[in-house]
Design a protein around this ligand. Sequence first.
Ligand code: NAD
Length: 344
Amino acid sequence: MCINGCRPITGFMGDSYYGEKRRGGAPLRYLITGGAGFIGTHLTKRLLNAGDDVIILDDFSAGEASHLSMLPARIIKGSVLSAELVSEITTDCDAIIHLAAVVGVRQAMNRTLETLTVSFRGTENVLQAATDTGTEIFIASSSAVYGKIKDVPVTEEADCLLGSSDKPSWTYSAGKLVEEHLATAYHREFGTEVKIGRFFNVIGPHQRSAHGMVVPTFINRALRGEPLIVYGTGHQTRTFAYIEDALDGLELILSKGKTGTSYNIGGTEEVTIQALADRIIHLTGSSSPIRTVQYTEAFDEQFEETLRRMPDISRLRSLGYEPQFSLDQALAGIICHFRTWGES
Ligand code: NAD
């Protein structure tokens, strides 16, 4: 059976962890930077369903306004690069969830300077505003900070093994690592109430294939009977987290996490990209062939792949986290959504 009952939105999964923070039953007001993006849209719906207020700051470089059009959120079109705007909006917010970033390997490789600027300058603006107003803040980091580490599952204390700055494929990872260092420096030096979540390949409805995300790309192609393109050998692995599980993790970190600390947010099922393609073919009943293509054809010679990615989620589990959706359930839910609503 289809999770989400084929609805175009994710559902509120019961009493929010945020409920524990709500002061005397009054709604909390959240500022979500990058709130028009994939994770931000789901989070906005969840918070609004819980009775909270949401302000979204997004420059719509990748975000999608149509997903938010019927929602009672305040939407501000603007950039986190404007310190003045960020500072103005942050006044009278109870919490900031900082998601704004240039996301996706392809985008980051094509827009290296912007990727880095949004990471270091945008994140500093948000941290400064949070510090000035005493507002708690969540920073969205990524499994990309672990770089080329081969020993999995990775814990938060593991060394980060990034490739050379000659190679633009490391720009996104470097930007995310800078965000984390800024966050911990603000915490140490100014006592900023900041918590960091490292997302591992979040998937769900509304994720778009345009920027090369593997799951929506494979599902779209399978539903259209087009070949699924697997880069390299297909033996590289990923561990996917369904959006509802990822949001549970985010909520737990914000409400119960330790300040100045990072938490892996992810699933438990490591899968090769070849096996992912096979599963999507099976679940869609598609007759699409699977083709392998060398990285050099798809990206450029400088591209370096991460061979394995799987989180150790013990730290998040210690806050009460447990993923609820298997990979097959997540894929079935997304396929159902794509069949009914398309990629939108
Ligand atoms: P997304 O691209 O869908 O959302 C990012 C949003 O940020 C977009 O709406 C975009 O328009 C906005 N944005 C970009 N630059 C901006 C700027 N200068 N000012 C204001 N808004 C700006 O990506 P997502 O998947 O929702 O990711 C959200 C966050 O989670 C990002 O920080 C990303 O690095 C992190 N993350 C996501 C995943 C994942 O699997 N989706 C994995 C690891 C980390």
